[in-house]
Ligand binder design. Structure first.
Ligand code: ACO
Length: 449
């Protein structure tokens, strides 16, 4: 099959949010820490009515319905998530409830888990399947979803929740470039979830940022090498139209783009640096692994790359800024944000998008998408996602006090059985699945609004 990639997408997020300015006051931190320091405006969260199963049921049902797809059109279903409510039963098998009534049980794939990377692992599995001898001519469906919640403290404002589903097949408007995949994996204890009865991770914040930036450097260098070889000329930041990143908080993304410029300078020949970056040549001999937290370098490069950020990355941060970290769905929420956020469809046609996926622990990749030049196809794709901007505005704001008590309720009951959720269902968006009951055998039942 030719031009394998993302045929269409769907995105959902909670109908409740907490305002980050109000959260700063509530948490007693200095004004601007979350909004300016981290770059976050609002944070989406779920009550006890939603869990990872319900988010995935909603996003899949919405996608199938909107695009008038038949369940028998799907031959593989993959879920990438780190929100585990069962150590054995996959979310994928819960989603079978949607397929079974249509007689569809011939459906490969289960769940992939490694922090925020599981969604990318699921996507790569789906691509491999379509390109393999096991392919049966149907679409693959990849679901990325998470509920990101942190214990009280400095990490809490970097939570979020949401799901993105992607239909994968040939002749796609968003073609995943072949032979251009950079991988970087290591062992690290930067963010992990050893407490199996809690939704909260153990986080070494500073180490997680260092690991993220280290993975970014390595993936970018490897991606550039592969792309340069494929295209027979050297590739740098200026050659790529859009850069999307896994987005724990927006400020880290802005710093990450600027770090790619630093990577370029370190990699380029001295002559080229003098020609193209005369003001930055003194950074040519910097050791990347010695300047993850060098404030002077950070400032110089963020300032230098401000225009690049405006052009190549800013539009992709809508979901990250308004919802927060959606873990596995974060990078794909950035892709949706880019598609709906550019000034016109013309800005997308034929463009190359580089994506950086990072999951703590750690697993990371950089790969790229070439957007089709067919205006009709891209317009259709963009139109089908326009509800995202509207729904972000239709959400209900909840006070930090209420938000905090809802998280406490989740904390107490996330593995309780039997359990009757108490959250109201009135404010959920149409089409949302919600939890009705967990019985004494921990079996969960859902209903759709
Ligand atoms: N006005 C403006 N900026 C401010 C203010 C203020 N009043 N107060 C602080 N800031 C700035 C700080 O200078 C800092 O910015 P800088 O790094 O550019 O200098 C920023 O706000 C954050 O402040 P810190 O003191 O560094 O924040 P803290 O250490 O309390 O927490 C952290 C930040 C570590 C990111 C925390 O939220 C966390 O642990 N989050 C979860 C882990 C995470 O997301 N890691 C990222 C990669 S891994 C993953 O995806 C899960």
């Amino acid at each position: 099959p030719e031009n394998v990639g993302i045929v269409t997408m769907e995105m959902i997020f909670p109908s409740y949010y907490v305002d980050q300015t109000e959260l700063e006051v509530f948490d007693g931190v200095s004004a601007g820490k979350y909004t300016i320091g981290l770059g976050q405006d609002k944070m989406g969260f779920c009550t006890d009515r939603e869990d990872i199963n319900s988010l995935c049921l909603t996003v899949v049902h919405n996608l199938m319905e909107k695009h008038h797809l038949k369940y028998s059109d799907i031959g593989r279903l993959e879920v990438g998530t780190e929100t585990v409510i069962d150590k054995s039963k996959s979310v994928k098998t819960v989603l079978m409830q949607l397929f079974e009534p249509h007689g569809v049980v011939d459906l490969e794939g289960v769940d992939s888990t490694n922090a925020c990377y599981g969604g990318t692992a699921a996507l790569f599995n789906a691509l491999s399947w379509v390109e393999s001898s096991a392919w049966n001519g149907r679409y693959a469906l990849v679901v990325t979803a998470d509920i990101a919640v942190y214990a009280k403290g400095s990490a809490r404002p970097t939570g979020g929740a949401g799901a993105v589903a992607m239909l994968i097949g040939p002749n796609a408007p968003l073609v995943i470039d072949r032979g251009l995949r950079a991988i970087y994996m290591r062992h690290a204890y930067d963010f992990y979830k050893p407490n199996l009865s809690s939704e909260y991770p153990v986080v070494d914040g500073k180490l997680s940022i260092q690991c993220y930036l280290n993975a970014l450097d390595k993936c970018y260098q490897s991606y550039c090498k592969k792309a340069s070889k494929q295209q027979g000329r050297s590739i740098c930041v200026k050659d790529i139209d859009y850069f999307l990143f896994h987005s724990p908080y927006c400020k880290l993304v802005q710093k990450s783009l600027s770090r790619l410029v630093l990577n370029d300078i370190v990699q380029l020949s001295t002559n080229k640096v003098e020609l193209e970056y005369p003001d930055l040549k003194k950074y040519k001999d910097k050791k990347l692994e010695e300047c993850y937290f060098d404030k002077e370098i950070e400032k110089v490069f963020v300032n230098y790359s401000n225009d690049l950020f405006e052009k190549k990355t800013k539009a992709s941060l809508l979901a990250a800024n308004q919802i927060g970290n959606m873990y596995t769905a974060s990078l794909y929420g950035s892709l949706v944000s880019l598609l709906v956020g550019v000034n016109s469809v013309e800005d997308l046609l034929g463009k190359r998008v580089v994506l950086f996926s990072y999951g703590s622990g750690l697993a990371s990749s950089m790969y790229s998408i070439t957007i089709s030049s067919n205006k009709e196809d891209i317009s259709k794709l963009v139109k089908s996602l326009k509800h995202v901007q509207l729904q972000l505005k239709e959400r209900r704001k909840v006070s930090p006090e209420k938000f905090s008590s809802i998280l406490e309720l989740r904390e107490k009951n996330c593995h309780a059985a039997p359990y009757e959720p108490s959250g109201t269902t009135e404010d959920l968006f149409p089409g949302t699945y919600y939890l009705i009951q967990v019985d004494e055998m921990h079996r969960r039942k859902y209903q759709r609004i």
